[in-house]
Design a protein around this ligand. Structure first.
Ligand code: ADP
Length: 248
């Protein structure tokens, strides 16, 4: 991790639900332009950590700092999107009755009403950004198709494109390959690699083969705490991980 810049850092954060500590005193770092995976058994606190980063859940103690000087604690979720952190949830939240292209326009101009958004004029640069996303996600041929008619994988990719149009420096993905075929998984993995060339990606994922293939850095959580962080090889060889996570 030499020469890498810290994009996000949590400092001793604790998250409590009715007295139960879902995250306890967690120090955690994400470095730039890398594919980071967050793994750990069910209940480890992974989703809660993503919720904290995107402003959906508040910490009871500690700080979360983005780009070294922006404390995310107490910021509203839309403010967090504005400063450069966007999240794709597991269930796609696309507009099924609109075309792929219209969905992408909405992603660009989501602060206006829906109809005003679709009919709004977009600049040449915005059009270029949309085209770029259509290429990146392999949806160029489907651009005038109704989003509802897309395959499961394509819907996920459309949402990834929508997230990227918010121009985030840090992209959060929640189990992006759930329910996908083998081919779709590979395509998603290559897409993530491409995205991480000029952005940082943090992914919660259960599929260890996928993590092995595409991770630059893996963070293992257990019972609301950080167990270890490193390359997949380092993590796999850590006896604590074998014991707690892999069960051997
Ligand atoms: P993971 O994503 O690693 O499976 P979660 O972050 O979803 O883990 O959950 C961590 C712990 O916090 C679990 O024990 C879970 O039951 C608990 N938890 C999560 N959200 C809530 C909530 N809103 N209210 C009460 N307990 C919660």
């Amino acid at each position: 991790m030499i020469n890498s810049q810290t994009v996000l850092e949590s400092k001793k954060i604790t998250v409590e639900f009715s007295g139960f500590k879902a995250i306890s005193n967690l120090d955690f770092k994400v470095t730039n332009n890398k594919v980071h995976f967050l793994i750990g058994p069910n209940g480890a606190g992974k989703t809660t950590l993503l919720d904290v980063i995107c402003g959906k859940t508040q910490v009871s103690q500690g700080k979360v700092v983005y780009m070294e000087d922006q404390n995310l604690v107490k910021l509203k979720d839309f403010k967090i999107v504005h400063i450069g952190i966007s999240r794709k949830f597991q269930t796609p939240s696309i507009f099924q009755n609109l075309t792929v292209y219209e969905n992408l326009i909405i992603a660009l101009k989501q602060d206006k009403g829906l109809w005003a958004t679709i009919t709004a004029k977009i600049t040449k640069n915005q059009q270029k950004d949309i085209e770029e996303m259509l290429h990146l996600t392999g949806l160029i041929e489907e651009k005038d198709q109704q989003a509802g008619a897309l395959s499961h994988g394509q819907k996920q990719w459309l949402e990834i494109a929508m997230v990227l149009l918010q121009d985030p420096g840090l992209v959060l993905l929640d189990e992006p390959i759930a329910g996908m075929s083998k081919v779709e998984r590979m395509k998603t993995g290559e897409m993530i690699r491409e995205i991480a060339k000029d952005r940082t990606v943090l992914i919660v994922e259960h599929d260890m083969d996928f993590v092995k293939e595409y991770a630059d850095i893996v963070t293992v959580m257990h019972e609301g705490q950080l167990l270890c962080q490193g390359s997949m090889e380092e993590v796999q060889n850590d006896p604590r991980v074998r014991e707690v996570y892999l069960g051997r």
